[in-house]
Design a protein around this ligand. Structure first.
Ligand SMILES: Cc1cc2nc3c(=O)[nH]c(=O)nc-3n(C[C@H](O)[C@H](O)[C@H](O)COP(=O)(O)O)c2cc1C
Length: 733
């Protein structure tokens, strides 16, 4: 209720409040500016009579002397040729300081402040806005007291960061000034519209008779001698030559008349106590006569635009949280950090649910990619990391810079962390990257909130259980549930196949698909992945593509795995049979653009994407292939194609190795042996800036790494260094 009372009027009136406050601030600074330029004698130093005498000496035909609340004295007079003029004068000498020219701009500002330039309607509106401001100030104070936990806490430092903190700090600084301005403003408006009687105006009660004698010099008039200049408001001179006329005098205390001949004070009416009170209300609102108060009021008013902005922002965020929107708190303000490592984006689905639940539990969550780790999170007490694993237990794309950035991370002792790994038990290094991250965080001195949970194949059940553990440990009401977005698949028809291997032993097939029916294939490139959904299975298996969209066919190379559900399913397909598949882009695994040589290394079905790269090498950049199979006669995948590519120079060099010799004369070797045999050439290519792409089983990839490290030793570098330069890419399974 209190919050609504504060937020709703602020929201609806924001523009009026800002206008009123900024114009008010400008006006409030004026008394100090005027005061700085005015000559202001001390109390008791100069009487009205003395000041008027000096002014008369320097100005002909004086009609009126005005003393502004700022202390400035203005004389209105007529020149020798009867032109009306107004000058600012020095009350000590009576001489002109300069012409009195109120600024046209400040008059406009005043009009804007009083009436939004809308005359009486605007004046009423301004009064209403001032009243609303009182309400906003009071409700704001109570909200702040509630937020800080008591009245005493109002003077203590405010905790937190960001928008809310700026709002609270500014409000605390400005509230008294704003309350004073808005209360006095509302009262003045009530006076103006007759809701409160105006006691500052004293109706004139003209004297019934005057002496009618010859006018005495103004400096000799006793009534004016008795009045100090500091209490003068206005002295109107009698009409020249009219002996029945008199001086009209208005002072702080009241108003009356002075006989121009005898100097007697006539019919002086004192301001009633209520009038004095109302004069003070006006001074407290305008700062007139109290220049330092004007400065305070002005500074307070200047906070209103910032308060409005931060207030609207805080309200908007709160509203989004209520609606269940995923509000991302800036990293500096968040108490909970959620970092995500993903390649295929599935992990985001889990992260979004966790983020939503945490926000509902009242946490201020900052969610980002792991690569966006920043040096420190000043307000954070909990860090969640949700990451998948790719390649050979490696980081997924959005986490590849994480370990490096972690080196500069300034952990605070109270920061607890929980890592949730996503992977597939089919891979030898199940969730390895999540485990590596856990170790790295522990080494950084962070405290684990719980043990690292490893989720197999996006298990919603495991995720829910992990949520319960976190809820128990933290007390936050988390009810995690993951509903995978159904993968949009396309029906693909088998249009060609080439089978290799003997009697089903180590059988490998090159399978070619086209879109079924009249549909066309989506965009893809060699090295991207084809996700295949075997019937009655919920999770997809991925195969590297050997073709690109321009080949007008989806080509994969599949080795039949013992007990492999998907590979058996694919091997069992007849021409014309259909499968459900989808493309997952894999831009990380591509030859670099440019003329640097490319060394392709693979074994078995790993030749698929490598052949695709060669097929696309129409620019004839230097490209070398090292490939290992089992048996030269029955396993030499893509042999005719490779021979053709060598002829048309899409392929610069080919080295093959077979692990099963046909007879005594055939050499038995693995692909890494070929690399070692060719080490001089390989070294030269690497010195020329060659990039290496490896595709195939993990065992082969490990052997290749070892061989290459040996080859690279004389160059004082290694595979890790090449990886860091983006010159060593792996697609390993
Ligand atoms: C090419 C490829 C390589 C993978 N390598 C591994 C791995 O080494 N270890 C593992 O546990 N999971 C591995 N996975 C499985 C993914 O980590 C798992 O499917 C994860 O849920 C994907 O999440 P993401 O879509 O957010 O990246 C691999 C998946 C693919 C497609």
């Amino acid at each position: 209720m209190l919050r609504k009372l504060h937020a709703l009027p602020s929201l609806f009136m924001a523009l009026f409040l800002i206008t009123l406050a900024t114009t008010g601030a400008m006006l409030s600074f004026m008394p100090a500016i005027h005061r700085a330029h005015a000559v202001v004698p001390d109390k008791g130093e100069v009487s009205v009579a003395a000041m008027a005498q000096r002014v008369v000496q320097h100005h002909p035909n004086v009609e009126k002397i005005d003393r502004k609340l700022s202390g400035e004295v203005v004389v209105y007079y007529k020149t020798a040729n009867h032109q009306p003029k107004a000058d600012l004068v020095n009350p000590l000498t009576g001489q002109s300081i300069g012409p009195y020219q109120p600024s046209a701009f400040m008059s406009w500002v005043e009009d804007m402040h009083r009436s939004f330039l809308l005359h009486d309607t605007g004046r009423k509106l301004a009064g209403g806005v001032a009243l609303v401001m009182v309400l906003i100030c009071l409700s704001g104070v109570f909200l702040l007291v509630r937020r800080l936990g008591g009245w005493k806490a109002l003077i203590k430092p405010i905790k937190g960061n960001g928008v809310k903190r700026i709002h609270s700090e500014l409000a605390r600084f400005a509230v008294l000034g704003l309350l004073l301005s808005s209360l006095t403003g509302s009262y003045m408006s009530a006076m103006r519209f007759g809701f409160v009687k105006d006691h500052t105006f004293i109706p004139p009660s003209f004297p019934s008779s005057v002496s009618g004698g010859q006018p005495a010099p103004v400096g000799s008039l006793i009534a004016l001698k008795n009045i100090d200049l500091t209490s003068l408001h206005e002295l109107v001179f009698p009409y020249p030559g009219d002996l029945q006329d008199f001086y009209t005098l208005t002072t702080e205390q009241g108003a009356g008349f002075v006989d121009q001949s005898t100097g007697t004070l006539l019919n002086f009416t004192r301001l009633p106590p209520m009038g004095v009170f109302q004069q003070w209300i006006i001074r407290l609102h305008t700062g007139q006569g109290i220049w330092w108060l004007g400065l305070i009021l002005g500074a307070s008013a200047l906070t209103v635009p910032v308060l409005s902005y931060t207030g609207v922002l805080a309200w908007w965020r709160k509203r989004r949280v209520k609606k269940g929107d995923l509000v991302n708190t800036p990293s500096k303000e968040a108490n909970t950090i959620l970092l995500v490592g993903t390649e295929g984006q599935t992990t985001w689905g889990f992260a979004r649910d966790l983020q939503r639940q945490l926000i509902r539990a009242g946490r201020h969550v900052h969610c980002a990619q792991m690569n966006q780790l920043v040096e420190d999170y000043p307000q954070a007490d909990t860090l969640f990391i949700l990451t998948s694993t790719y390649g050979n237990g490696d980081a997924p794309t959005t986490a590849q810079q994480f370990m490096n950035k972690l080196k500069c991370f300034k952990s605070n002792a109270s920061l607890r962390f929980a890592v949730l790994g996503f992977g597939d038990r089919q891979f030898p290094n199940f969730c390895q990257f999540a485990l590596d991250v856990t170790t790295a965080l522990e080494q950084k001195g962070l405290t684990p909130l719980c043990h690292t949970e490893l989720i197999n194949r996006s298990s919603a059940e495991q995720f829910r259980e992990w949520g319960k553990t976190i809820a128990d440990l933290t007390g936050w009401p988390l009810a995690l549930s993951y509903h995978p977005q159904p993968t949009v698949t396309q029906t693909l028809a088998l249009v060609g196949r080439e089978d290799y291997g003997v009697n089903g032993h180590a059988a490998t097939s090159i399978l070619r698909f086209r879109a079924a029916g009249t549909h066309s294939l989506p965009f893809f490139e060699a090295g991207d992945l084809l996700g295949v959904m075997p019937p009655q299975e919920t999770s997809a298996r991925f195969y590297s593509l050997a073709s690109s969209t321009t080949d007008d066919v989806l080509e994969i190379c599949v080795r039949k795995q013992p007990n492999g559900v998907c590979s058996s399913y694919l091997h069992g397909l007849q021409l014309g049979d259909c499968i459900e598949g989808f493309i997952r882009h894999n831009p990380e695994f591509r030859p670099a653009v440019g003329r640097h040589p490319v060394i392709l290394i693979g074994a078995g079905a790993g030749i698929g994407p490598l052949t695709g790269f060669i097929r696309q090498n129409t620019q004839r950049h230097p490209m070398f292939l090292y490939w290992g199979g089992r048996n030269q006669k029955v396993d030499f995948l893509y042999q005719p194609d490779l021979t053709r590519y060598l002829d048309d120079q899409r392929l610069t060099g080919l080295q093959t190795a077979f692990s099963q010799g046909e007879d005594q004369t055939t050499e038995k070797a693995y692909v890494q042996d070929k690399l070692l045999q060719d080490q001089t050439t390989v070294r030269q290519l690497l010195e020329q800036g060659a990039q290496i792409l490896v595709c195939g089983g993990r065992g082969m990839a490990n052997g290749v790494t070892q061989a290459l490290n040996d080859i690279l030793e004389p160059l004082q570098t290694n595979v890790d260094a090449l990886k860091a330069q983006g010159r060593y890419l792996e697609d390993v399974y």
